[in-house]
Ligand binder design. Sequence first.
Ligand code: VGL
Ligand code: ZN
Length: 196
Amino acid sequence: MPTLTPSDSPIRADDALLVVDVQNDFLPGGSLAVPDGDAVVAPLNAWLARFAAAGRPIFATRDWHPADHCSFREFGGIWPAHCVAGTPGAAFAPGLALPASAQVVSKATRREADAYSGFSGTDLEERLRRAGVRRLFAGGLATDYCVLNSVRDALSLGYEVMLLRDAVRAVDVHPGDGERALAAMAEAGARLVGNA
Ligand code: VGL
Ligand code: ZN
């Protein structure tokens, strides 16, 4: 899959940065730890600085579940309990340098429904429209769940997507899920951007 560099991809006046679910429970030591999940923080901080310098909007999604969420094993789902709203596990990674201007988007907040996409059941699309956004730079966790589904929805809604190759990591429930998700996003029209 061809990979662009940041200098091939200058920030435009219709760009926004989308940081997906960089929360403690998805980092090593968390209840649904993504292998090497903390590796996304440094490259995302570089992009956060670029977007802040460009004066372009930054959106940060977060998984924000009630304590009895249907995706949890004890309530019939497939995941260990994670990202319960207001708990330390649901907080953004402490090393993530989110500026005060970053717009937080909470998702999967209702017991009855899971939502892997930041667009699902949220006002993200409306906020992007209001900010004049046409293209999203996207990274975060996890490549094969919330990043994949958010990117697919963004592309379906007509946004261009620049997938931040070094700033995503996969759960890999089945080995290769992360690589397949990257290929699927590229196939669907996302372009891959490295950090070199
Ligand atoms: C996610 C599994 C369960 C994610 C959220 O953010 O990718 N994965 N809930
Ligand atoms: Zn979840």
